[in-house]
Design a protein around this ligand. Sequence first.
Ligand SMILES: [Zn+2]
Length: 378
Amino acid sequence: MIELLFLLLPVAAAYGYVMGKNSAKNQAHEYSRKITSEYSKGLKFLLDREEDQGLEHLIQLLEVSADSVEHYLTLASLFRKRGEIDRAIKIHELLLNQPNLDERIMSDCRLELAQDYIMAGLLDSAEEHLIILVKSNNTQALEPIINLYSQMSEWQKGVNMFEAHSDLFSKRSHCAAIANFYCETALSSQTPKLMEKTFALNHKTIRPMYELGLDAYKNEDYVKSIYYWRKLICSFTDTAPIYMEQLEHSYNALNLQSQFYELISELLPKGGMLIKIKHCQSLLELNKANEAIEFLTDSLKREPSIRGFSYLLKLLSSKNHKLQDVLHEIDHLVTSYINTKPEYQCRHCGFTSHKLYWLCPSCKHWETIRPNKGVDGF
Ligand SMILES: [Zn+2]
């Protein structure tokens, strides 16, 4: 505690300066005497390890020295870092009760207090303060309240907040969160149409398009599944491994295989080994096995990929009957290796998984987990 006292020295210095300038005024002298006395009392309590009383005395100085709020915020932040959340809460609550603070400082204190409540597990109290901030158009409150609703699985509350203050949501990460709130609400109430509302968001998002495609696919409405997934694959080509097989099946069910390969051909410049493998398949359909082998070998030289190598082994074994058993055995080993590698990775924190999560279990960001890229990826 004693090492924190240095934070309070500028309060005394600033006060002395201000009071020195107005030394002609008796009233100021009286204030000075009062503050010096309160300040000394506060320090004495702190030195005597009577921290609660010490803090209360020092907080009283704020009545005449609003400039020192920053020091108190720093002090509270240090308490929070040390895990002394109750003390941080005490300082922020006392600051918030000061009648002379301006609106911006009040908002900063309220935001800090909400963070304290979240850390203390007092989520309802945190929500209360964050809602006040959002209602006053404070965009800094969006991140914590989105995280709070994600943590509490309060999807409908998140949707309601968005619909009342949609003009505040301009960041991609916020739009991704809201899109997923709509998806969770739509899936639990079995009203997939609700997800279409996300198309008006300021940023394109992934999951609504995927879920709408999946819903259509399950209902064998392949025209619709192609409609949604085609849009998705063109905007976010790296998501292709999540639904590629169902997308191909949708085209095949409508006897539109050539259109599927046309789409693959369009996507080739955007890269990704899975797209290249599908392109090889289209060449095989045209009896162009040698061209497929040449294309894949060339791609692998420029962009090594275990999955690409495995597919090349399959192509080679179908062409070379003498080496078929050996190639098959090597491919078996390569496939075993691939199966040990996680299919998904968070672009934000690096968390890896064999399963797709829309909300990263590690960093709690929405839609940051994508199919893996690179040598072991797709
Ligand atoms: Zn993450």
